[in-house]
Design a protein around this ligand. Structure first.
Ligand code: GDP
Ligand code: IMO
Ligand code: MG
Length: 418
């Protein structure tokens, strides 16, 4: 089975945990977009490992591929490899990197910083990792790719094109940059592959592939709350172009969602909770960015938005995360519709100007006021928690494959053994 695991909200849904659980059933785990803006947390016994660019399957020693659609910041990648190696993971044995993946350069971070500064009140609230500018250069056909690190003369020429088209006002020591890139190449090239052939070999052999999404559907450059989005297709749409696999070979799409909602950075958030309750959820859920440490904005679950996300991705199964965070609440709200200027909206529109004006229509559930932390059998959930989950399942008309009741592997209710 080839499975896409996708964030159904604005990221940080718990993709890392789910991918870690599922990866042992797969022969290959593939990242297909984004870069080190992602922060995927995996808890293995005592250890907490946060992955940024490397697929989460690496932790269990599953072959892992950084696909062509990913953008790579070499120093961060090398640091990540080193940290994993220190944790006893044989990264160099299992990790492959597409030769067509693009490189994030120091000027990309600098350009992003300047762009955010100039936006003043309209900042995106990016992670500051240079992701947007790196993709701009990719689509502007002046990007540097992993394979280029092998050929000094071609790399030099490409850098000249880049600097003649853009970044004229930046002070860059070009020779130094060239040397630095060649040096990174020495570490990265031995792991590089022609990824189309690599991945399609697994497909031809009938192996199982897991595609690891980063960010989330509402951050997708086409389907998200543009311009408050990331610069790649973070929905299931990104898999084919970002990994080099035909849509014909994708079997299932698992949508990951928290049982509430969070968002880091700017942009509309209709179900955002204000005041002390938001702080309570942030504290209990540990809602601080895994990449930047920024406090995440917290709000109620938004089923109206999730229905849209399910449509965009063709979500065929759900993973419901962080049930335990809601344990102490007296009541739990969930948005089922929006009103815009007094009228009920027919369907969700990811238009920030509309979303700023909508008023969510909530359905309220009674809290269960009991600990669900660590529950691993659905029978042991309080009836109110089951009611809440059944409502979500029926509303979305999608099967639930797992419910998460804590950060660790064991704190999980597995409803479908894949
Ligand atoms: P990702 O980017 O989608 O992989 O998610 P992050 O790792 O950025 O954020 C999810 C956070 O929630 C991590 O700190 C996880 O350890 C934690 N987490 C995952 N599932 C659960 C859960 O069911 N309960 C609690 N309390 N924490 C969870
Ligand atoms: P994971 O994979 C949550 C957000 C940023 C900002 C917007 C654009 O851990 O779920 P960027 O740096 O990508 O240009 O920033 O996207 N963002 C994320 N939010 N989780 C992520 O990744 C994110 N990656 C980017 O906060 O709002
Ligand atoms: Mg994250």
């Amino acid at each position: 089975m080839n499975l896409v695991v996708i964030g159904a909200q604005w990221g940080d849904e718990g993709k890392g945990k789910v991918i870690d659980i599922l990866s042992k059933k797969f022969h290959l785990v593939v990242r297909f977009q984004g870069g080190e803006n992602a922060g995927h947390t995996v808890i293995t016994g005592e250890k907490k490992i946060i992955l940024h660019t490397i697929p989460s399957g690496i932790i269990r020693g599953i072959p892992s591929l950084i696909g062509n659609g990913v953008v790579i910041h070499p120093p961060t990648l090398l640091e990540e490899i080193k940290a994993l190696e220190e944790n006893g993971i044989d990264v160099r044995r299992y990790l492959k990197i597409s030769r067509n993946a693009h490189i994030v350069l120091p000027i990309h971070r600098e350009a992003e910083r300047i762009s955010e500064e100039r936006r003043k009140g309209r900042k995106i609230g990016t992670t500051g990792k240079g992701i947007g500018p790196a993709y701009e250069d990719k689509y502007g056909r002046r990007g540097i790719r992993v394979g280029d690190l092998e050929r000094k003369e071609i790399l030099k020429e490409k850098l000249e094109v880049l600097f003649s088209e853009k970044y004229m006002d930046f002070e860059v020591e070009r020779e130094e940059l060239l040397d630095q890139l060649l040096e990174y190449g020495e570490y990265i090239l031995p792991l590089s592959v022609d990824s189309v052939h690599y991945i399609n070999f697994f497909i031809k052999e009938g192996k199982n592939i897991l595609f690891e999404g980063a960010q989330g559907t509402l951050l997708d450059i086409d389907f998200g709350t543009y311009p408050y989005v990331t610069s790649s297709n973070s929905s299931a749409a990104g898999v084919s172009s970002g990994a080099g696999v035909s849509p014909r070979f994708i079997d299932e799409v698992l949508g990951i969602t928290k049982l509430y909602t969070t968002r880091v950075g700017a942009g509309p958030f209709p179900t955002e909770i204000r005041g002390s309750l938001q702080e309570f959820i942030r504290g209990k859920g540990g809602e601080f960015g895994a990449t930047t440490g920024r406090p995440r904005r917290c709000g109620w679950l938004d089923l109206f938005a999730l229905k849209y996300s399910a449509t965009v991705n063709g979500i065929s199964a759900l993973a419901l995360m962080k049930l335990d965070v809601l344990d102490e609440l007296d009541e739990i709200k969930v948005a089922v519709q929006y009103k815009h200027r007094g009228s009920i909206m027919e369907s969700y529109l990811p238009d920030p100007y509309i979303l700023e004006e909508v008023e969510p229509v909530y359905r309220t559930f009674k809290g269960w006021k009991k600990s669900t932390r660590g529950v691993s059998d659905i029978k042991d959930l309080p009836v109110e928690a089951k009611d809440y989950i059944n409502f979500i399942k029926d509303f979305l008309e999608i099967d639930v494959w797992l419910i998460s009741t804590g950060p660790s592997r064991e704190e999980t209710i597995i409803l479908k053994d894949i």
